[in-house]
Design a protein around this ligand. Structure first.
Ligand SMILES: C[S@@+](CC[C@H](N)C(=O)[O-])C[C@H]1O[C@@H](n2cnc3c(N)ncnc32)[C@H](O)[C@@H]1O
Length: 302
């Protein structure tokens, strides 16, 4: 009898099918049995019939075993696919990869948004916390967008109190998919590509151009430091624009008679992002200008 190291039949030659069957069943057969050689012809024929019958039987068993293995393999495959779909860990990882891919695409194709964080020196801890929260909301919106912007946090030192606040308040801040640099936004891009968004501009923004870089002032001051970004843009001879609130909205009567076109950076971003996806200023402004600002869309006034 010829057995391999693992006890399987070797060198069965013409009995390939049988040897495979036997290998699967791990049955040892004495093909070259000396007793068989010495048997009389009738007995040999009877034995060979017996072997054939046994062979058929084994083949049936092997076929059944093979099919069972195949079924088991398919069952495992199906269960793994189901597990992948229902397992939040898996789908989360997959979605994260998709989001990253979309964000990185915007780095090449635009549009680009730069947040000018070079004016945070005199901000209180409370203001820094509010700004950090707005950066988190802005980044969160961008991640969900079908056509995200590439974001750059400029004038942002990693040893600044704002950075510490962002890391403290914003989960996973250090792995945000964006550019972060100490350099000033005016030295990062050609000046002709920059549009500084500021509520004090005399020009209303008409369109979002993927070839431009839109700058938002990293400020939460609202009323205290008026025209800061407008003056800064002027000093660098950079184009400015305000959101077209006056063009598409009207003042709504309210008890406090309060009306403001000054929005937080995440609200401005929601408007830009919605406009870029829908090409509709009314839709975009409706989304970003909260009722508290005292403005409603022109056609919604009865
Ligand atoms: C809270 S505001 C700060 C306003 C501040 N007085 C200034 O000088 O920009 C934060 C930033 O959001 C953007 N922003 C807010 N309202 C805007 C508007 N109506 N149009 C364009 N940009 C606006 C500007 O980039 C602004 O710097």
């Amino acid at each position: 009898m010829l057995l391999g190291q693992d006890g399987l039949v070797e060198g069965a030659g013409s009995e390939d099918g049988i040897s495979e069957s036997l290998e699967l069943l791990q049955i040892e057969v004495d093909w070259e049995s000396p007793e068989r050689e010495s048997l009389p012809t009738g007995a040999a024929a009877c034995c060979s019939k017996n072997v054939q019958r046994k062979q058929k039987h084994w083949e049936k068993i092997v076929a059944a075993k093979k099919s069972k293995r195949k079924q088991e393999k398919e069952r495992r495959k199906a269960s793994h696919a189901g597990h992948t779909a229902s397992c939040p860990q898996h789908s989360k990882r997959f979605l994260r990869a998709l989001t990253k891919e979309r964000l990185l695409k915007a780095k090449d194709s635009g549009p680009r948004l730069c947040i000018d964080l070079s004016m945070t020196d005199h901000m209180s801890k409370k203001e820094l916390s509010r700004l950090a929260g707005q950066i988190r909301r802005l980044y969160g919106s961008n991640k969900k967008a079908d056509r995200p912007f590439w974001i750059c946090l400029a004038g942002f030192a990693t040893d600044s109190p704002l950075y510490t606040e962002c890391v403290r308040m914003n989960d996973g801040f250090s792995s945000y998919v964006l550019d972060l640099t100490e350099e000033d936004c005016f030295s990062l891009f050609p000046l002709s590509t920059l549009v500084y968004l500021t509520p004090d501009s005399e020009h209303a923004l008409e369109d979002v151009d993927p070839n431009k870089v839109y700058i938002l002032g990293g400020l939460v001051d609202e009323s205290v430091q008026k025209k800061v970004t407008f003056q800064k843009a002027r000093e660098h001879s950079v184009q400015t624009a305000r959101l077209p609130i006056q063009e598409y909205m009207v003042r709504r009567q309210n008890e406090k008679n309060y009306h403001s076109e000054i929005l937080a950076i995440n609200q401005v971003f929601d408007i830009l992002s919605t406009y870029f996806e829908t090409r509709s200023w009314p839709e975009a402004l409706k989304k970003g200008v909260s009722p508290g600002k005292g403005y409603v869309l022109q056609n919604s006034v009865g």
